[in-house]
Design a protein around this ligand. Sequence first.
Ligand SMILES: [Ca+2]
Ligand SMILES: [Ca+2]
Ligand SMILES: [Ca+2]
Ligand SMILES: [Ca+2]
Length: 291
Amino acid sequence: MVLMTIFVSSCGSGDDGITTTPVPPVDLGEQALIDDAAILEFLNTHFYNQEDFVNPPPGFNFDIEFDTIAGENANKTPLIDLVEKKTFAIDSVTLNYYVLKAREGVNKRPHFVDSTLVNFRGTLLNSNLFDSNANPIWFDLTQVVVGFRLILTELKSADGFDLNPDGTSTFFNFGVGAVFFPSALGFQNITQPGIPANSPLIFRVKLFAAIEADHDLDGIPSFIEDLNGNENIGDDDTDGDGFPNFIDTDDDGDFILTINEITINADGTITFTDCDGDGIPDYLDEDICPN
Ligand SMILES: [Ca+2]
Ligand SMILES: [Ca+2]
Ligand SMILES: [Ca+2]
Ligand SMILES: [Ca+2]
């Protein structure tokens, strides 16, 4: 299934040692300018079926559809007037991306590391479809390209569902949106099935459900293990043992499990104890207090 190509981990050059051609290096900043111009061109010349979301016709499946502004559609509102421009920094390069919320949804808004139940369609700016799924599928947002998760964290999940006789589910009031992002937030200069190198991408998504993730089951939700708040949980490694905190059950390396250095309250909230009062919570403080 081409679906798996949206996983970062599937990126990589061929290793057969025979036909591999070197990937030409790309200046992230220069490519970002090229990509942004191409995205803006799309947003200025296309509209979406906004009316269907305002007054859903019977049987509407809440798919976002794009079309060019021309002919009988000459008076449609261009996407550029409906999207929200946002930025995400990689290294020192600030990247623009654009979010369209067709319907926000009503229930849970996922954190950037959570698990999400999703339908999606991935297309190039020329509208070529490179990947999609027919039935809802779970994605761990730590395992997908950044641009894909940037729309899911803007939406909220459904507030319920019906089980259908055929085994499928019908969800209610789920979030629906689209994101337009530069290649730096996608597969960069690595060619993927259906995706040429340096392609800006569009994902249209439906967010049905979200579950707060705790990858190492240490009692601390993974989004809280992003200590420096840069939305990259790979670079927070308090004890420097090579395992970032979100997959480290003993974050400070003092041989006391993190789950035994915090207090989980009856209502699910966490109290971060600090027995020596130095401002560093016990689970991140390799100093051990005498009992
Ligand atoms: Ca660690
Ligand atoms: Ca941890
Ligand atoms: Ca510890
Ligand atoms: Ca302390």
